[in-house]
Write a protein that binds this ligand. Structure first.
Ligand SMILES: Nc1ncnc2c1ncn2[C@@H]1O[C@H](COP(=O)(O)OP(=O)(O)O)[C@@H](O)[C@H]1O
Ligand SMILES: [Mg+2]
Length: 441
């Protein structure tokens, strides 16, 4: 029997909770959430509601309930040092220490690490804490990307062509970033197709799970503002339609080298998820960033496919025994589409922007996996609360059927909701393939 603490309150943690509960071991799940997720709560013995920065309460809750190990879902508690605090109480975690989590929390740390250890896939970059020298450096770049150092909830990166056009405008953006952040990373802009590779790491061994493609833009055809992610898909052959086996291997090799480098650099073993955001360019696979946790939505694509007992996987990560475990995922395609309030991601003065909190009915939804995110269960039903509400995941032998399943389920959801009907469709996939063909030449 295991007492497991899960930290986090989103759809990613809902699918983690479900995957933990599928274990053949007897599991008591204890959850620490900053707001109540009814899906996670229904799978938990006990729930603690509180801030992810209140480490004393989290450790108290863990000790009270004789927790064997913790699983950390989101980046904020990692950044707050929850893993280090739990370790002091002799409670191990699936999730890196604060120092190792810099892989996500400091994009400067990661770019420097790749540089120092000669790891392939890095961008041309420089870090600036003042404007001096930036004009000279951006004059050398064909395309520019600006990144604040530190966590920005996925809303800090500025890409030429999307957020600014000219070099002069880039300077203005650098000014803005440096007003709020210690430093700005100026890097070359890549052109290509992106994929997420969520790898498991026990400090030494790195194992990849099937690659996934996420869709950040709010509206169909990748229009509108960036969001936390509107949905994602994965394929039955564990590749993506625009990629080759070589590309996955390249992403895995970079991640393996990063795991080794981080051990040398920090003297600590990285235990948890190393999720690389990669882009396939004409010069091969390049690294955009790492996250120190599963992706949201990507966790909803991969965890339901996991055939290996997830609790065994967690224990192997903690005990450094991943090399002795065969990790298998079902050869199925998955399509995840987020149900969001109609007003999600719209500017505040937009007429639809107000319709973010409303009741929805999901009772007649069939043949898909549903994961709750920002929803509130009240006596009279389920309410959305401003952000992404529910992840709907269709799983089938091929992408077309998986997409159909997701759409059919979404059609039966009632309320002022929206989603991206194009995710996982032939038309959008064709666009991705053509883009990649053009780049590869
Ligand atoms: N060097 C780059 N070249 C091209 N696009 C980039 C580059 N870096 C980031 N991007 C784009 O910006 C998005 C967000 O950047 P990322 O580094 O993933 O930061 P975050 O997820 O923290 O916002 C990426 O998904 C990608 O679309
Ligand atoms: Mg990213």
């Amino acid at each position: 029997m295991y007492n497991i603490l899960l930290i986090g309150n989103g759809a990613r943690e809902h699918v983690i909770a479900e995957t933990v509960k599928r274990s053949r071991h007897e599991i008591n799940l204890f959850s620490c959430m900053k707001s109540n997720n009814p899906g996670i709560a229904s799978l938990s013995e006990k729930v603690m509601l509180g801030s992810y920065s209140n480490l004393e309460d989290i450790c108290g809750f863990a000790k009270e309930n004789n927790i064997d190990f913790a699983i950390i879902g989101p980046e904020d508690p990692l950044n707050n040092g929850v893993v280090d605090a739990l370790l002091k109480e002799h409670i191990p975690s699936v999730g890196p220490t604060k120092s190792c989590a810099r892989l996500e929390t400091s994009k400067m740390f990661t770019r420097d690490l790749l540089d120092k250890y000669n790891i392939p896939g890095n961008a041309r970059f420089r870090v600036f804490s003042a404007l001096d020298g930036i004009p000279e450096f951006i004059a050398e770049l064909d395309g520019i990307v600006l990144k604040p150092d530190g966590l920005t909830g996925g809303k800090g990166v500025m890409v030429q062509g999307d957020h600014f056009r000219t070099r002069e405008e880039a300077m203005d953006k650098c000014c803005d970033i440096l007003e709020e952040h210690e430093s700005v990373i100026v890097e070359e802009k890549f052109d290509g197709e992106e994929f997420s590779l969520q790898c498991l790491c026990d400090g030494t061994t790195v194992v990849a799970t099937p690659p996934v493609q996420d869709h950040k833009r709010r509206f169909v055809e990748d229009k509108g503002p960036n969001t936390g992610g509107m949905g994602s898909y994965s394929m039955e052959d564990h590749l993506l339609p625009f990629m080759t086996e070589k590309d996955v291997v390249a992403g895995l090799e970079i991640t393996q080298k990063v795991a080794d480098a981080i051990r040398k650099e920090t003297g600590e073993e990285y235990k948890g998820i190393m999720y690389g955001g990669f882009i396939i360019t004409k010069d091969g696979v390049k690294l955009l960033e790492y996250n120190a946790r599963f992706g949201d939505p990507e966790a909803m694509n991969t965890l339901p496919l996991l055939k290996t007992d997830f609790v065994d996987v967690c224990r192997a990560i903690i005990e450094g025994k991943l090399s002795g475990l065969t990790i298998e995922c079902e050869k199925k395609a998955t399509v995840c589409k987020y149900i969001v309030p109609k007003g999600y991601g719209l500017p505040k003065d937009h007429p639809d922007a107000k319709s973010t909190s409303a009741r929805i009915a999901v009772d007649s939804v069939e043949d898909v996996n549903l994961y709750y995110s920002s929803v509130d269960k009240r006596d009279d039903g389920l309410y959305m609360t401003t952000s992404r509400a529910i992840g709907v995941v269709g799983i089938a032998d091929n992408l077309e059927d998986a997409e159909k399943k997701a759409e059919q389920a979404i059609a039966s959801i009632q309320g002022p909701v929206d989603h991206r009907p194009d995710i996982g469709t032939k038309k959008l996939i064709k666009k991705r393939i053509e883009h990649m063909e053009k780049i590869r030449g």
